[in-house]
Design a protein around this ligand. Structure first.
Ligand code: PEP
Ligand code: MG
Length: 913
């Protein structure tokens, strides 16, 4: 806030106190209302009370800072002046809206009240002034309904299925014999107003407030209070929005989209935000108020198809405004507008939320249109790196889908609002979806609703996909699911959702709760039963190679974007891959090497040999068993070196505790195993059991694992080193470059790395002597226990590279078992004990500090020390960005995260320039 005593920022009549730059104080909505006013877009006058006041309100039990009251009164007078109308006037009453607006948009999560200022007098005046009594009474009944819900909390009780106001409204429509709200007469509505007021009195014991200024203050309080409601808090947690930001409150003159057939209301996008195609588009309703569109109660018409014919001049105004805004903001805009008697008023503009598909297309198109530079195209706010994931998501297998169609399983069609393909079991309530998901996260669910409301957020998150009977592409369901990257279809009008009977039907086809259903978010088609999914277009081009690059526009845009990404990023991106085919996929996604090959995955294929090794009582038998593993390991490494074609391949020596290969659990689950092993090795069954019992550990993750294995059983390390070197020699002989990097796990002491490095070097020398060849290789270590980070200067005397194993480093730094934290992390997240899951995103304050220490220590010994990360965090955008800042050379992540890590790396490189 520029001036700490200024609590009100006016906008109107071409002048505004605020601007886009003041988003932190004025919220996105307030800042942009000010900005639009400044650039000459028509906006109804109003004012914004900044977020700091919300925080004051929250911290002081609902009290306001001194001076606010007077400033609000003064601003209201200015609004009256600009709009030529007065609050509570008997001739031309001013009505206002009171709307929340945080720094980041949180669609539908907080409260809004419209039509404030109406009472028994002003409603008459509004009727006369507008010449439309039906409109005036409808506005009044809407006001009581909204104010009643939001401010007075007159809502459905636990024993009620329906909102009590809606119930009265439905009854009135039934008694009047009409289908739509808009068909009710002024008299019907007047009666309804009395019934609504009686309801309020009955529920609250108070009369509905008449004084406009009292109504305004009550609404302001409700808006500020709504920052702390449950759904807003859940949303903030999901999207990493700090709880202490607060919301601004916008009080703004009402304009009316419901004055007659030359009026309308709508929401529009300057480009399509589902797949990204250019052209103004959106939803509108003639003779309606804004919330009718967003709430998805009436299915709106499409701007791009019918507004042109119905209201050609309005369409033109909208197109012009859309262009002005896109040029000004250099971004796709999501606008709310009202058409009052043929004139377009803007109520909001903001950068549009979009799917990953649309984000890529729009960013690339805007560069080609000369509106932005490639650097801008890559900005995090335009393409959150994680959203690239959607481009790699599966689609329905075309054959399976065709089969479903010929089988007559196409149930209905709706509006394709969130791309992707999802099959799952029908759920009709958000609470049920959440409950079932918690019981079994593996079971896919589809949340089917008449329409969704912000309360459904938790259930939407738990579901694989969302299907609604009502609503348009800008309805709440569409907006939220698009942002969540969920498959979503809205406005499937044929669908009859009966909550009481627990059924979803179209004609005489009736599905019940739990029945399988499939939705195609690309086309809007709904199928009964499950439909198999298949790879995305980009995966088909890059990985499956079933589509040629020149045949796929989506791929070409992706490729263009990734070309820019690689131009700007300085951080390398490798992959965690154990098998050649995984490595091939990762290279197609842009991986520049293997950052982690976990060799134990190969051992699992050869349990017989490894069990023999474990059970061996003396070094000779152990050596014989281990050497039987050598050819298999060598083969696997040969495969990896071949496909990596000279790119570095980091191979980690054996890491897991041995009982992962042989434990009492194995013996219990396979009753014949002990006997088989005894026979195979010529030892007694008791000996097998005794040795297995010996291997048991109370805390295996802190037990005999990592380099501790190779130190106690040096022949394991020697065998692995030999397999690596022999494979390297063989592949080099084929004319393929090889760059093996041998990595020692779980090192804490320099002596540990010294011990293992000596074995590897000795073995390598032996292999080189035997084959008459040499290979360039490196020996390095994982940094995954705090001691290694703290003594990294010493460790770097031996280690030629570091790779942070942040899975173990998080576990050991936080003392939080990576296998057992599931029991409490949900509670921790819900209750803001931790801001995010530390095993998903690096805990910067703790683990991050250790990484920084590790980097500094390592480079103090070896200034050019190569440092990477290979824990799961290597594919998390925020962690990748941290790794860039910490000066790492590369991150390594699973193959499908490689594009995401590349983009995140470029974003951070650009941001920290
Ligand atoms: C790590 O600990 O971060 C790591 C990559 O090793 P693993 O997950 O195999 O323990
Ligand atoms: Mg580890």
């Amino acid at each position: 806030m520029a001036d700490p005593t200024q609590f009100v920022y006016f906008f109107g009549g071409g002048q505004a106190d605020g601007s886009t730059e003041m988003k932190n104080s004025l919220g996105g909505k307030g800042a942009n209302l000010a900005e639009m006013t400044r650039i000459g877009v028509q906006v109804p006058a109003g004012f914004t009370i900044p977020t700091e006041v919300c925080n004051y309100f929250s911290d002081n039990d609902g009290a306001y800072p001194e001076g606010l009251k007077e400033q609000v009164v003064a601003a209201l007078e200015r609004v009256e002046e600009v709009m030529g109308a007065r609050l509570g006037s008997d001739t031309n009453p001013l009505l206002v809206s009171c709307r929340s607006g945080a720094r980041e948009s949180m669609p539908g999560m907080m409260d809004t009240v419209l039509n404030i200022g109406l009472n028994e007098h002003s409603v008459q005046a509004l009727a006369e002034h507008s010449g439309n009594a039906q409109f005036a009474w409808d506005s009044y009944r809407r006001f009581i309904q909204m104010f009643g819900d939001v401010v007075l909390e007159v809502r459905a009780r636990d024993d009620e299925h329906e909102d009590p106001f809606e119930k009265l409204l439905e009854a009135k429509k039934a008694s009047a014999g009409v289908k739509y709200d808009s068909e009710l007469s002024a008299e019907d509505l007047q009666e309804l107003v009395s019934e609504f007021k009686a309801l309020v009195k009955q529920r609250t014991g108070q009369d509905f407030p008449d004084e406009p200024i009292d109504q305004i203050w009550a609404a302001i309080g409700a808006v500020f209070g709504s920052w702390n409601n449950d759904r807003a808090a859940v949303y903030r947690r999901d999207y990493g929005i700090p709880h202490n930001w607060g919301t601004a409150c916008n009080v703004q003159a009402m304009v009316y989209g419901n004055l007659g057939d030359d009026c309308a209301t709508g929401v529009g996008l300057t480009r399509d935000c589902s797949m990204g195609a250019p052209g103004f588009n959106g939803d509108y309703l003639i003779n309606a108020q804004g919330e009718d569109v967003v709430a998805g109660i009436r299915t709106p018409k499409r701007i791009e198809t019918s507004l042109k014919d119905e209201m050609p001049e309005v369409y033109e105004q909208l197109e012009t405004i859309g262009k002005t805004l896109e040029n000004h903001y250099q971004e796709v805009q999501d606008i709310e507008f009202t058409v009052q008697k043929g004139r377009v008023w803007l109520l909001q503009t903001r950068n549009a939320k979009r799917t990953g598909f649309a984000a890529v297309r729009i960013a690339v198109d805007l560069v080609h249109e000369g509106l932005i530079t490639p650097e801008q195209a890559l900005e995090k706010r335009r393409i959150p790196a994680d959203d690239l994931n959607q481009l790699l998501q599966p689609v329905f297998d075309p054959q399976e889908k065709a089969l479903a169609e010929t089988d007559g399983r196409l149930l209905t069609k709706g509006i394709n609002a969130g791309p992707g393909a999802a099959s799952g079991h029908i759920c009709l309530t958000a609470a049920e979806a959440e409950r079932l998901h918690n019981l079994n996260p593996e079971q896919p669910l589809i949340l089917v609703r008449r329409e969704t409301s912000p309360e459904d957020l938790r259930g939407m998150r738990a579901a694989e996909g969302i299907l609604t009977a009502f609503g348009g592409a800008s309805s709440h369901a569409a907006l939220v699911s698009r942002q969540m990257g969920k498959t979503c279809i809205v406005g499937a009008n044929e669908l009859n959702v009966d909550y009481t009977a627990g059924t979803v039907s179209v004609g005489d086809i009736v599905l019940k709760i739990g029945d399988p259903i499939s939705i195609d978010g690309f086309t809007g088609e709904v199928f009964t039963g499950m439909v198999d999914t298949t790879e995305s277009e980009i995966v088909n081009v890059l990985i499956k190679k079933t589509v040629a690059p020149e045949e796929s526009e989506a791929y070409q845009r992706y490729a263009q974007l990734m070309e820019w990404v690689d131009q700007f990023r300085t951080l390398g991106v490798r992959t965690n891959a154990d098998l050649p085919d995984q490595a091939v996929d990762a290279v197609a996604f842009g991986a520049e090497g293997i950052g982690l090959c976990r060799t134990e995955h190969m051992f699992v294929e050869h349990l017989e040999e490894i069990r023999e090794m474990i059970l061996a009582r003396d070094p000779d038998t152990r050596l014989a068993a281990i050497n039987r593993l050598l050819p298999f390991q060598q083969d696997e490494f040969t495969g990896l070196f071949r496909v990596m074609q000279g790119r570095p391949v980091t191979i980690r020596l054996l890491d897991p505790p041995l009982h992962e290969f042989l434990s009492e659990r194995h013996l219990q689950e396979q009753p014949d195993l002990a006997e088989e092993l005894a026979a195979q090795l010529g030892i007694s069954v008791e000996a097998v059991r005794a040795r297995t019992a010996e291997l048991h550990e109370e805390n295996p993750m802190l037990g005999h694992r990592g380099c501790r294995l190779g130190i106690v059983y040096p022949e394991i390390t020697a065998m692995q080193a030999r397999a690596i070197m022999q494979a390297a020699v063989a592949v080099q002989a084929e004319g393929i470059e090889v760059h093996p990097e041998v990595m020692v796990p779980l090192v804490g002491f320099q002596t540990e790395i010294d011990n293992q490095a000596a074995i590897v070097r000795e073995t390598a020398d032996a292999v080189f002597a035997e084959t008459g060849t040499t290979i360039e290789y490196q020996i390095g270590t994982m940094i995954e226990v705090p001691r290694a980070a703290l003594r990294s200067d010493e460790i770097a005397e031996t280690a030629e590279f570091f790779s942070f194993g942040t899975n173990d480093l998080t576990q050991t730094c936080l003392g939080m078992s990576r296998d057992d934290y599931g029991g409490f992390i949900g509670y921790y997240r819900e209750n803001d004990i931790v801001p995010f899951d530390p095993f998903q995103s690096i805990d910067l304050g703790g683990v991050g500090r250790l990484i920084e220490l590790g980097v500094a220590g390592g480079r103090s010994t070896r200034s050019d020390l190569k440092i990477g990360i290979c824990g799961e965090h290597g594919g998390d955008p925020a962690s990748v960005m941290f790794c860039h800042r910490a000066g790492l050379n590369y991150v390594s992540c699973s193959p499908y995260r490689v594009p995401i890590a590349r983009l995140a790396a470029a974003q951070e490189a650009l941001a920290s320039e």
